[in-house]
Ligand binder design. Structure first.
Ligand code: ZN
Length: 131
């Protein structure tokens, strides 16, 4: 299992982690299987979407902000209920097939870490499963 840290700078932020996940896959030396990417946090998530145009990630971020406003009403007393809801909407992991030692992402796809309660120091786990 590999891991790396991310320092986020805003309350809501999408960070392209494709290159870091790809590096972990290459270091594993495995050629076939899959790469499991996991975020061990309750107010952050993972998603795969277009990373050629940065406006796409920004549109997702802005849409989530509209759908899940920071000021509730919510029952969770820490004041970050919106971040928990957004994290659950996106999910905490992604699985990417590994073909010939390379991530089998589509031409426009990238892997994003999604911060919903930053700025914070976050951790991402990467497990390459295969042979
Ligand atoms: Zn909370």
């Amino acid at each position: 299992m590999e891991s790396f840290e991310i320092e986020t700078g805003g309350r809501t932020e999408f960070v392209d982690i494709t290159d870091r996940v790809r590096s972990a896959a290459v270091r594993s030396g495995k050629k076939r299987g899959c790469v499991f990417v996991y975020v061990p946090h309750t107010t952050a998530g993972i998603t795969i979407n277009e990373h050629a145009d940065p406006d796409v990630a920004d549109d997702i971020r802005r849409t989530l902000d509209r759908l899940v406003p920071w000021d509730g009403p919510y029952r969770h007393c820490e004041g970050n209920a919106a971040a928990h809801v957004k994290a659950s909407l996106l999910g905490h992991c992604a699985v990417v097939p590994l073909e010939g030692g390379a991530l089998a992402l589509g031409t426009w796809q990238g892997i994003f870490f999604a911060e919903f309660d930053g700025p914070r120091r976050r951790r991402v786990l990467v497990q390459v499963i295969g042979e």
